[in-house]
Design a protein around this ligand. Structure first.
Ligand code: AGP
Length: 560
């Protein structure tokens, strides 16, 4: 929830219809504003469904992050009492509900926030809302589940779902807790308990990130910037942050059971952790995709440790899984990048990723940072933390080499050979398997090529039926115990006319293209990620897509 009036208000005044994505017309100067990029859950991506939504009088404008799960039940009586709905969204119900409550709330300085809290108490689901009253010039907000941050700057108060949006204005923020409401009126800013209406004293935190860290700093886009920040992030982790890996190792050491959860790239990092902990520390952990956790949670027992991985710390599936595990008596460790996020505040032990702001939707530096911490944690479990840190430093050096002109241009040439294909297979064995999943995800997310990652051994159990002459297959072949078997799988693809792109320390006659990566033993998982990120990046550019804002995706997924 930004600070700019946008779309519907414009339409209400001018009634013209603007196409989605069309530049926002210049808005009149104003001291207060509201804006939001909607994630479509109910109703298509249309102007009518865009936020903010207005009440019947046009006095109230509302934006919303979340899903009002009982919106149908709330909507019917409003329609019967004459409210006119213009969209298919669940969101619009809320502004009409507040309009209704406002009419029943005595006038006064707290009329809007009281009406907002009354309406908010009737919503079911995970939601955050912000409401602008154009008559009083007041702005209120309330949250339960979806993130909401209040920013305190010398030139005003502001609200956002993620504080990195506020950094250019302030580093002093209040993380609004569940079931709280906020009132911004002129110079005053007040926080309330949304269930009782009782006023609360806001807690202000000074966050670490600087606004400069959110700038492009000369890079063409955030994906390139964040890929190039990986060596520095890894060196920082190896240098000082080993401490957190040791704390995590201590928590895991005496845990009767350990579960590692996450979504998307974070789930891939969890899978990679399973191999690193097994191979280095002989430790078994159970990995679960957080969105599937609710259906497995009964195997979590008292005293178990659940390690939740999340860059944003706001992925609702991860937060809910961590809460469900805690309810079953588990201790929660969280590996998070965004300081102060919901998961960061929820955990018993927080292990910062220390990757700095990650603006590109694709997880890049946050992914390799997670692998680095797991590599050090596995070594700390066997009392060799320094050895883990040394491997992380070696990985940083290798990634720096890969990001230099030569290797990067070689990957670009491979992208030029691939970008017309609509399918790409990625195979890996052992720790190479989660990396194959991650490589495929990077390519999918940013180039829209249907890339699929497989455990190399699964090929002959069905997948190989998809291989046709010319089918491209990226083979992750580190020089370790998986090498011979993954190459035998690659040869079977080759035998059926497949085109092989080998990511391996050495060339092989079967490779049509070769991406040389250093032989770094257990750190191979870390150095195999950046070449796949770069390949995805160039495929996106060659197919004319924006690498930072891929279609249909959000940086933090706060709806289920
Ligand atoms: C990765 O590139 C994607 N953006 C996505 O899969 C992401 O990893 C997932 O949504 C989890 O996000 P989180 O780490 O912020 O929880």
């Amino acid at each position: 929830m930004g600070h700019r009036r946008r779309s519907r208000t414009t339409r209400a005044r001018g009634q013209e219809d603007r196409k989605i994505g069309e530049a926002t017309p210049e808005l009149p100067a104003s001291g207060i504003g509201l804006g939001h990029t909607r994630w479509a859950t109910h109703g298509g991506v249309t102007t009518h469904n865009a936020h903010p939504h207005l009440d019947c009088s046009g006095r109230l404008a509302l934006v919303h992050n979340g899903i009002v799960s009982n919106y149908r039940e709330l909507r019917e009586p409003l329609v019967r009492s004459g409210h006119r709905f213009l969209s298919e969204t669940d969101t619009e119900v809320v502004v009409h509900l507040i309009e209704e409550c406002l009419a029943q709330t005595p006038a006064g300085a707290e009329q809007l926030v009281t009406a907002t809290m009354t309406a908010f108490r009737r919503l079911e689901g995970l939601n955050a809302i912000a409401v602008l009253d154009v008559h009083s010039g007041q702005l209120t907000a309330a949250k339960s589940g979806s993130p909401l941050v209040l920013g305190w700057s010398d030139h005003g108060r502001m609200l956002a779902s993620d504080y990195s949006a506020l950094l250019e204005h302030t580093r002093r923020v209040t993380f609004v807790e569940d079931r709280q409401a906020v009132l911004l009126a002129g110079e005053t800013c007040r926080v309330f308990d949304a269930d009782t209406g009782r006023e609360l004293t806001p807690r202000i935190t000074e966050v670490e990130w600087e606004a400069a860290a959110t700038e492009l700093s000369g890079y063409p886009d955030y994906m390139t910037k964040e890929i190039h920040e990986q060596p520095a992030v890894l060196r920082r982790l190896a240098a000082g942050w080993g401490g957190h890996a040791r704390q995590l190792a201590a928590m895991l050491a005496d845990a009767p059971d350990v579960f590692v959860i996450g979504c998307g790239s974070a789930w891939h990092a969890a899978l990679a952790a399973q191999y690193l902990l097994a191979r280095i520390a002989g430790r078994r952990v159970t990995v679960v995709s957080a969105s599937e956790f609710p259906y497995l949670r009964d195997f979590v027992t008292e005293g178990a440790v659940v390690v939740a991985l999340s860059q944003s710390g706001e992925t609702i599936d991860v937060i809910e899984a961590a809460r469900a595990a805690r309810d079953r008596g588990a201790r929660i460790a969280a590996m998070v990048n965004v300081e102060g996020s919901t998961l960061w505040r929820l955990a018993d032990l927080t292990v910062p990723l220390g990757a700095g702001p990650e603006r590109c939707v694709l997880a890049t530096k946050s992914f390799t940072a997670k692998l680095a911490i797991w590599l050090m944690t596995a070594h700390a479990l066997i009392g060799r933390a320094e050895a883990g840190a040394t491997l992380v430093r070696d990985a940083a050096d290798e990634i720096e080499r890969l990001l230099a002109g030569g290797p990067r241009d070689a990957i670009r040439q491979i992208a030029e050979a691939l970008y017309r294909h609509e399918h790409l297979f990625v195979i890996g064995r052992g720790p190479g398997y989660p990396l194959a999943l991650e490589a495929a995800l990077k390519v999918k997310e940013v180039s829209y090529i249907h890339a699929e990652g497989f455990a190399g051994g699964d090929l002959k159990h069905g997948v190989i039926a998809l291989i046709a002459p010319g089918s491209p297959c990226l083979v992750l072949a580190p020089r370790d115990e998986t090498y011979d078997d993954i190459m035998s799988g690659a040869m079977q693809v080759k035998a059926r006319g497949g085109m092989l792109i080998g990511m391996s320390p050495e060339p092989h006659e079967a490779f049509d293209y070769h991406i040389p990566v250093a032989d770094l033993g257990p750190a191979a998982a870390i150095v195999n990620a950046p070449p796949a990120q770069i390949l995805g990046y160039y495929l996106a550019l060659l197919r004319g897509h924006d690498p930072d804002k891929p279609r249909n995706l959000a940086k933090s997924v706060t709806v289920k």
